[in-house]
Ligand binder design. Structure first.
Ligand SMILES: C[S@@+](CC[C@H](N)C(=O)[O-])C[C@H]1O[C@@H](n2cnc3c(N)ncnc32)[C@H](O)[C@@H]1O
Length: 219
């Protein structure tokens, strides 16, 4: 029998979109919507968790948490919450309001928690606080989607790919942020990860700004 039920739109509800727009972070809206559509598709199809490397203050995690909610699964988000190189004092992306005055280091965890709480999405997200390679090394479960938006050096971006891509389910999605083929537009480490993934059997699904969605080809 033909199912005439209209498919749910692959866009967040207005209040989720408002929370995304209000959140501290770096992701443009068109890239966020592409991430959301990929997350909804991958989690809806497999029922498996979504995973992000690079929580920061929760801007993209809002979208992953809402996609997980709709798909009946959970969004996992990994960060040591001490900031990347370019977010440290004196660097381009430093935000002094994110420094813990007691310890004198960046701490984005409180802002993340407030952001997800205000969006009503806390029950659908699990924060994994620590270094990505250490968590990846002990992780056992399969994932529907891996979103790489952590450290942007070769060491960190490649480590995230090598640590987490093996946990993807067959047909799972790999999403890489800040892919800039032209060095004039930005750092090259995520671009090199993207090229390596294509070389190792991933297929491109979509391109939105600097966001690339790839699918692990069935073996
Ligand atoms: C570009 S920000 C993430 C932005 C976020 N996805 C958004 O939409 O606003 C990168 C984050 O990765 C984290 N990070 C960098 N290297 C890491 C590592 N090796 N392990 C865990 N987190 C890391 C930083 O602390 C920082 O919060």
């Amino acid at each position: 029998m033909t199912d005439l039920t209209p498919a749910a739109p692959a866009t967040p509800d207005p209040q989720v979109l408002d929370a995304f727009r209000a959140a501290t972070g770096f992701m443009p809206e068109d890239e966020g919507l592409a991430l959301y559509a990929a997350a909804l598709e991958a989690a809806g199809r497999t029922g498996l968790p979504l995973l992000e490397i690079g929580t920061y203050c929760g801007r993209s995690a809002i979208l992953l948490a809402d996609a997980a909610r709709r798909a009946g699964t959970v969004a996992l988000t990994v960060d040591h919450h001490r900031g990347s190189e370019e977010q440290q004092p004196g660097w381009e992306y430093h935000d002094p309001t994110l420094v813990d005055p007691e310890v004198g280091l960046m701490d984005t965890l409180p802002r993340f928690r407030r952001t997800l709480h205000a969006a009503g999405l806390e029950p659908h997200v699990v924060a994994l606080v620590g270094r990505s390679p250490q968590i990846a090394a002990v992780w056992q479960g399969r994932l529907s989607l891996v979103f790489i938006d952590g450290g942007h050096t070769d060491e960190h971006a490649t480590g995230d790919y090598l640590g987490w891509a093996p946990h993807l389910a067959e047909d799972g999605l790999l999403v890489v942020h800040d892919v800039f083929p032209d060095p004039a537009d930005g750092g090259q480490a995520p671009y090199r990860v993207y090229l390596r993934a294509l070389d190792e059997g991933f297929e491109e699904v979509s391109v939105t700004g600097s966001l690339r969605v790839l699918r692990r080809a069935a073996s």
